[in-house]
Design a protein around this ligand. Structure first.
Ligand code: NAD
Ligand code: ZN
Ligand code: ZN
Length: 344
């Protein structure tokens, strides 16, 4: 089978021919129908400091994908052959103390598909049966492929006290920030303010239902947020990983508000703990992955019912053989979700 792999400790990826894997006990073989590129894949492609510390080649990349169950290993009852599935990318142990208290999304032994073990930029992939989430057959594969990052957005928006009836500031209108805009809108948040430094993405946020978009290079998001809400937003949803945006987001919060942070800064950042958090009574949530499996239940309820339509976020579709073009497109910032067809 064909796969897109990191074969050496260097930048770039290679299209390789490798044997089709066989599912062992408790595993399933998935024929991949659509895969999507994530910012993490770009880090692996560029071979930055994070990738150098984490990735052990040879590795088949890709953790956002969907497909059809082609075979099941011994002992697997669900899913069944022929089921259409999306994949949860975190493989968890179910036995560590975090798993045992119901926090498997922060399992101490987490392995991520396409990062720590072979992923879905391939014609076929073997995964633990429980990682395959069964979708209705009418759901387009390309939408199925982006349910994993969508789950990041759902987890962030629904954490803490949610967003219903609350003013919200979304920092960073990348794919996940844009998905959060859709979820916030569908969940009765208002007003919804969105910041980004990229005009192409701000335009997307406006079309997807943001009440106000702000380019921090042109105006002050804190002043706009305070003016629109009479004091500050109740909820900050952080998806930029940008230090400046994080400080601006915290300043734009109404005292007593909630900051939910999913964005990952490339370097450690400094906080004025007392001034930004303690004395303003802010509750801060670190948001990792998706809650297993509550986030999948909540997210798919929004998508299957049509309350959230993810199709406008899919801006490009390319055969996997044109992966270099696809990665460059995403890196340019003039794309949201780029879908690869592993068969082409
Ligand atoms: P992305 O890089 O495409 O989006 C980030 C956006 O932030 C970009 O559109 C960028 O223009 C914008 N931005 C940069 N500087 C800004 C500023 N000063 N103010 C406002 N916006 C600014 O990433 P994504 O795929 O949407 O993911 C969002 C973030 O979440 C990334 O940091 C990613 O690493 C992180 N992430 C975390 C988890 C987790 O489990 N915690 C999972 C997936 C992704
Ligand atoms: Zn990802
Ligand atoms: Zn565990």
């Amino acid at each position: 089978m064909r796969a897109l792999a990191k074969t050496e400790r260097a930048s770039g990826l290679s299209l390789v021919e490798v044997p089709k894997p066989t599912p062992g006990p408790g595993e399933v073989l998935v024929r991949v129908e659509a895969a999507s590129i994530c910012g993490t894949d770009l880090h692996i492609y560029k071979w930055d400091a994070w990738a150098q510390g984490r990735i052990r080649p040879p590795l088949i990349t890709g953790h956002e994908f969907s497909g059809v169950v082609e075979a099941v290993g011994p002992g697997v009852r669900r899913p069944q052959v022929g089921d259409h599935v999306s994949l949860e990318s975190h493989v968890v142990c179910h036995t560590c103390p975090a798993c045992r208290v119901g926090n498997a999304h922060v399992c101490l032994n987490t392995e991520i598909l396409g990062v720590d073990r072979d992923g879905g930029f391939a014609e076929y992939v073997v995964v633990p049966a429980e990682n395959a989430w069964v979708n209705p057959k009418e759901l387009p594969f390309e939408v199925g492929a982006i349910l994993e990052p969508f789950g990041n957005a759902v987890h962030t928006v629904f954490a803490g006290s949610g967003v219903s009836g609350r003013s919200v500031l979304i920092t960073g209108a990348g794919p996940i920030g844009l998905m959060a805009t859709l979820v916030a809108r569908a969940s009765g948040a208002g007003p919804i303010l969105v910041t980004d430094v990229n005009p192409y993405r701000l335009d997307f946020a406006r079309r997807l239902g943001a009440d106000r978009v702000i380019n921090p290079l042109e105006e002050d998001p804190v002043a706009v947020a305070r003016e629109m809400t009479g004091g500050g937003v109740e909820v900050l949803l952080e998806f930029s990983g940008n230090e400046r945006a994080i400080h601006q987001g915290l300043s734009a919060l109404l005292p007593g508000g909630e900051a939910r942070i999913l964005g990952i800064p490339s370097d450690p950042i400094r906080f004025d703990l007392a001034g930004e958090l303690v004395m303003r009574g802010v509750t801060l949530f670190g948001i990792a992955g998706r809650r297993l499996w509550r986030t999948w239940i909540e997210g798919t309820a929004l998508v299957y019912s049509g309350r959230v339509d993810l199709t406008p976020l899919i801006t490009h579709r390319l055969p996997m053989s044109r992966y270099q073009e696809a990665f460059e497109l995403l890196a340019s910032g003039r794309a949201v979700k780029v879908i690869l067809d592993p068969k082409a």
